[in-house]
Design a protein around this ligand. Structure first.
Ligand code: ASP
Length: 472
């Protein structure tokens, strides 16, 4: 076997009359008295293997989903027996030698079966991912990411990685905290987004930044939310709202054309709807503007613009930022947003696709005095501002270009493009609806010495157990 190069299902039909080495999973086994057929699956598809004679005895030990390598001769199938649904359907391989790489036990779930309970699929995710559908979803996601990376790289953007072990950056959600062993009693936070880092990269003169990045928000999971999710994150110096919107529009039009050519755009130019109009007309800031909801390949992108700067948080009895506190008021409101906060407008924009928010961003405040006024208006006192945002304000005092950008939720975007009902279908290892990793069994307890090292003592008896909460 050693001197033969492995051939995959996608290429085997080019080897008629030749000996090939193939490896993969025994997806189905059909044994008859004098002949045995195995559908061998590799990452390119399926090939029919034929066993006759002595080798049948060895093959009879095989169980479904066992991993095998074989050497055999590729033969053309008679016209009447070709299978157009299979990539190698014009040929089959007559097996001469078989190596059983590993025998599979009985699978805990059938593959390619969507009626299986989602909890079971998540517990055995590595088996669930063997299905053609999930493998396709991951491949398409990869192609989308690849397109976006190339598109931006070709337009002079630099991908820069920013830290995951970081400091709290307010995006309106709860932080995941990481206890600091080096400083017991203190914590890192996992970033809710790289917002401050990307703005600091603008101070650093990078000018055109992007990153495909993970963000962490400790919120209850939903169909379109996960505790960790991926964004295409972009920031540009010396830019305008107009430039950012046209970058998003051109990039996504080109991506659809390249990776999803069967899709039809409802609007060849993405409409721009003010937040006020959208709320009035559709009752939402992410309207579904498809002409025909039953048309599976229709994509209705639309920008929502002119968002309010602040919203009243009735529960906390205070004003909060609609986007985040780094968002610039419109020029008209810069001098007076405190006077009429309910009507102040922001240089903020969102992109909706078929009723889902798939991107959002803003032009940022780059004047330290306006930024300080916004923090103060949001109720932060001077020491708090210094403690939480001193680094940003100081950075802005050393020469900061005007800048703006956006982030696009890639899990949501690809799940709309692939018409999946949940973003869990486009994430390799998602958390369950109640935020657990059922495969790794996490969150889980840690050793007491780990806690000690971190200077932590559990007081769980004093806090309500989240286990009593109903899972979604
Ligand atoms: N950081 C923002 C978010 O995660 C996006 C942005 O303003 O660029 O929503």
């Amino acid at each position: 076997m050693d001197n033969l190069k492995r051939v995959l299902s996608g290429g085997v039909s080019a080897h008629v009359g030749k000996k090939v080495l193939m490896s993969g999973w025994a997806q189905t086994i059909r044994a008859h008295a004098k002949v045995m057929f195995i559908d061998l699956r590799d990452h390119k598809g399926i090939t029919q293997l034929v066993f006759t004679g002595e080798i049948m005895q060895q093959a009879s030990q095989l169980t479904v989903e066992s991993v095998v390598s074989i050497v055999g001769e590729v033969v053309k199938r008679p016209e009447s027996l070709t299978n157009p649904n299979v990539i190698s359907g014009t040929v089959e391989v007559r097996v001469e030698s078989l190596t059983i790489e590993s025998l599979a036990s009985n699978l805990p779930l059938p593959l390619n079966d969507l009626t299986v309970k989602e909890e079971t699929r998540l517990k055995y995710r590595y088996l669930d991912l063997r299905s053609e559908r999930m493998a396709y979803n991951l491949r398409m996601r990869h192609q989308m990411n690849q397109f976006l990376r190339n598109y931006l790289s070709n337009r002079d953007f630099t991908e820069v990685e920013t830290p995951y072990i970081s400091k709290s950056t307010p995006e309106g959600a709860r932080d995941y905290l990481v206890p600091a062993r080096i400083d017991p009693g203190k914590f890192y936070a996992l970033p809710q987004s790289p917002q401050q880092y990307k703005q600091l990269l603008m101070v650093a003169g990078i000018e055109r930044y992007f990153q495909i990045v993970r963000c962490f928000r400790d919120e209850d999971s939903r169909i379109d939310r996960q505790p960790e999710f991926s964004q295409l994150d972009v920031e540009i110096s010396f830019t305008s709202q107009e430039e950012v919107l046209s970058l998003i529009e051109e990039m996504y039009k080109e991506m659809v054309k390249t990776n999803f050519p069967e899709k039809v755009l409802t609007f060849t130019e993405f409409p721009r709807i003010t937040y006020a109009d959208s709320m009035k007309k559709y009752g939402t800031d992410r309207p579904d503007l498809r002409k025909d909801i039953s048309n599976e390949d229709e994509l209705a992108f639309a920008f929502i613009v002119d968002f309010p700067l602040f919203e009243w948080k009735a529960g906390d009895k205070r004003w909060g930022a609609v986007h985040h506190p780094f968002t610039a008021p419109t020029l008209e409101w810069q001098a007076k947003f405190e006077k009429d906060p309910a009507h102040a407008l922001a240089q903020q924009y969102d992109l909706a696709l078929n009723g889902v928010e798939v991107a959002g961003g803003s032009i940022r405040i780059h004047q330290p005095e306006i930024q300080e006024r916004v923090f103060a208006f949001l109720g932060h006192d001077k020491t708090e501002i210094q403690r939480n945002f001193g680094h940003l304000l100081e950075a802005f005092s050393y020469g900061v270009p005007p800048h703006g950008g956006f982030a696009s939720g890639l899990d949501r975007l690809i799940s709309v493009l692939l018409r999946q009902t949940s973003i869990r279908e486009v994430i390799a290892f998602p958390k369950s609806g109640d935020g657990r990793d059922l495969m790794m069994d996490s969150p889980s307890a840690v050793d007491s010495h780990q806690l000690l090292e971190l200077g932590l003592k559990l007081v769980i008896d004093d806090i309500p157990s989240p286990k009593t909460k109903k899972s979604k």
